[in-house]
Design a protein around this ligand. Structure first.
Ligand SMILES: NC(=O)c1ccc[n+]([C@@H]2O[C@H](COP(=O)([O-])OP(=O)(O)OC[C@H]3O[C@@H](n4cnc5c(N)ncnc54)[C@H](O)[C@@H]3O)[C@@H](O)[C@H]2O)c1
Length: 249
């Protein structure tokens, strides 16, 4: 059990990779707060964790809203006593935006994908300091490394911001015992908000994956688990790419 005794808050934990991370963390002994705007799905993940004898709670959180972050972190500490791990995973896709020059979409992408990470760290780090440290894993993307066709540029900008704010926080909080790293998934099962299988832009990107297949959510969750665990005790400010070789070319 690599997270025995730890308390973790996972944003976007109701669906997709965040849900996989929540279940894996619980199997590894963590108490998990599933923080999302999708209550019904979050409750399902909570029930799945209870079925395996784990402990979880649902926190209704829109990650772009600072007052909701304050409330959510307090609720987790009240229920579980502390906060050791934060996974900033919630996000929306730029491929679901119909107008790729929309300023509203830019603001939405930056608020939900990037500002959220700033807010999450701002409110989680003081709690981590109280117990002498913690681990933060921020979910960026291959879109934080390279540009793509057919998506709103705000997605790349937001994921690039996540990549660099991770390094900023890693440097600034290392002496407090807080490690901060980013994970960069590649071609995964489509997001709720992204273009779906069969879309020409997605298929063109798929053709560029050296391993020739989509990643599985558990393959990303395992990377997140490693960085969140004490096995990564000397690793901070790094970028772990999980993309079947997409960005290696
Ligand atoms: N799926 C991919 O191909 C892919 C690739 C690279 C990176 N990513 C990144 O991985 C992360 C997870 O992606 P996924 O594929 O699991 O997506 P998903 O769409 O399956 O799940 C995203 C979750 O985030 C939640 N969410 C959305 N907006 C929110 C908000 N404002 N507040 C709180 N929760 C909110 C959703 O309700 C959902 O539960 C995202 O940050 C995404 O950008 C995904």
């Amino acid at each position: 059990m690599r997270l025995a005794g730890k308390v973790a808050l996972i944003t976007g934990g109701a669906h997709g990779m965040g849900a996989e991370e929540a279940r894996l963390f619980a199997r590894e002994g963590a108490k998990v707060a599933i923080a999302d705007i999708r209550e019904e799905d979050a409750r399902k993940v909570e029930a799945q964790i209870a079925e395996i004898g784990g402990e979880a709670m649902v926190v209704l959180l829109d990650v772009s809203q600072e007052d909701q972050w304050e409330r959510s972190v307090s609720a987790v500490v009240e229920r579980f006593g502390k906060l050791d791990i934060l996974v900033n995973n919630a996000g929306i896709s730029g491929s679901g935006e119909s107008d790729h020059q929309s300023t509203e979409a830019w603001d939405r992408l930056m608020d939900i994908n990037a500002k959220s990470v700033f807010l999450g760290m701002k409110h989680a780090i003081p709690e981590m300091k109280k117990t002498g440290g913690g681990a933060i894993v921020n979910i960026s993307s291959i879109s934080g490394f390279v540009g793509q066709e057919g998506i709103h540029p705000g997605y790349n900008a937001s994921k690039g911001a996540v990549r660099l704010i991770t390094k900023s926080a890693a440097v600034q909080h290392a002496k407090s015992g807080i490690r901060v790293n980013s994970v960069h998934p590649g071609m995964m099962p489509p997001m709720l908000t992204s273009f779906q299988r069969g879309d020409p832009n997605r298929e063109a990107m798929m053709a560029g994956v050296p391993m020739g297949r989509e990643g599985q959510p558990i393959e990303v969750a395992n990377a997140v688990l490693f960085l969140a665990s004490d096995e990564a005790s000397y690793i901070t400010g790094t970028e772990l790419i999980v993309d079947g070789g997409f960005t290696a070319k």
